[in-house]
Design a protein around this ligand. Sequence first.
Ligand SMILES: *Cc1c(COP(=O)(O)O)cnc(C)c1O
Length: 454
Amino acid sequence: MKTSAEKNMWQPRIQSAIEKQREKDRYRHRVECQQQGSTIDIIVEGEAYLNFSSNDYLGLAHHPQMIKAAQMGAQKYGVGSGGSSHVTGYSEPLQQLEATLADWLGYDAAIVYPSGFTANQAVIKLMIERGDHLIADRLSHASLLEAAMFSEGRLYRYKHNDLRSLESYLQKVAVFETEIEQLEITDSKAELSRSNHEPSMASPHLNLVITEGIFSMDGDSAPLEEIAALAHQHQALLMVDDAHGIGILGEAGKGTCNHFGIHPDILVVTFGKAFGCSGAAVLMSQALADYFVQFSRPLIYSTAIAPMQAAILLAAVDIVRGETGMLKRIQLQRNILYFKSNFQKRMIAIESMLDDPSNLEPALPYLLESESAIQPLIIGKDTDALRLSAYLKDAGIWVSAIRPPTIPPNTARLRITLTADHTKEMIDHFLDALEAGITDLAINRAQSVSVIAE
Ligand SMILES: *Cc1c(COP(=O)(O)O)cnc(C)c1O
């Protein structure tokens, strides 16, 4: 039941926002899944689909060892932590998980948060004070950009993976450093932050460079060696969000930073992707960890992850860095290569059917250059992406269309993800449907410019 306040105050606002979403073909649904499947069969509205949208890259969500860890964890510890880690929530498996992660990834300390979104907010909220600068890749995840936008610092977004753009911002903020800014904090936001810790106005401003290891929507990796060198040269700190690289790249799955041989000041890893579960950890120095334990509000005022979840994640770390992880990574790489090379063959077949494919407006869909499990198929128009997604759905394949504002305008895409558990037959079936769907789209576009070969 709507209260009159809701009716009068909120309704107009809500209505116009939602109407705009619909007009732009951006209305979002949460699809109800009866079964997520071991990355393979997703059951939606009673229908089973082959899943090519899962971030469960290694198929761990349903791995027997993970399920066993969950059962044993629940038996031993129950299902909840009972409080924040500052009260009753700092369980033995959670301590062990933090120690294991720190040791594995080569840091003094790890602090676990319930999600990657929270972890990113926590880092930026705590580290960035007024006068500081955040220099983030333009395509950084919403959790990073949102935290940066609402932080007290000034946000600069450099062009995606563009070192010259990054450097120009690093030079620009260096100029600010020399100016003495008069700070007068009077607003209530500052009061709130001051109630917990005094902004350290005496210390020099901090510049924080932010990038992802592998980008969630484009699937490409950041030139981390060069970025780390630039940050170092300009005395900026570096934060890497490796949500999609951890468990996949590097020695024994240590992630993108290990792969490129760098050690960022802050490394965020998340457990909702290759680890098949959920949660996140921030890897850092001991000094920073002490600071976080004192002042990180999302840590202090939020219920710690359940000990059983920590036990599951410990099992995940074991699997990821062990032989199973290695074999799954090899299989995943095979699947990626198989999909990419065969997709190109299918596209050549489609193009040969058209008189002059370059006439098509907009052009045919194409895969972004990516070596990772994320293979974005760029379609362009939102409606076309939805159309292709629906076509695949009819063929029993689940691939979500991703539309702005998650990604830049006119780059609506299917975010295809491959996992270690996909078989060759499954990928072939997917490619058949994709070829038919793209042909359908091409014919539809060609009819308006008539480039179909006789
Ligand atoms: C998924 C993701 C997150 C959010 O992590 P959750 O644990 O799902 O909240 C943060 N950053 C990137 C790059 C991601 O892909």
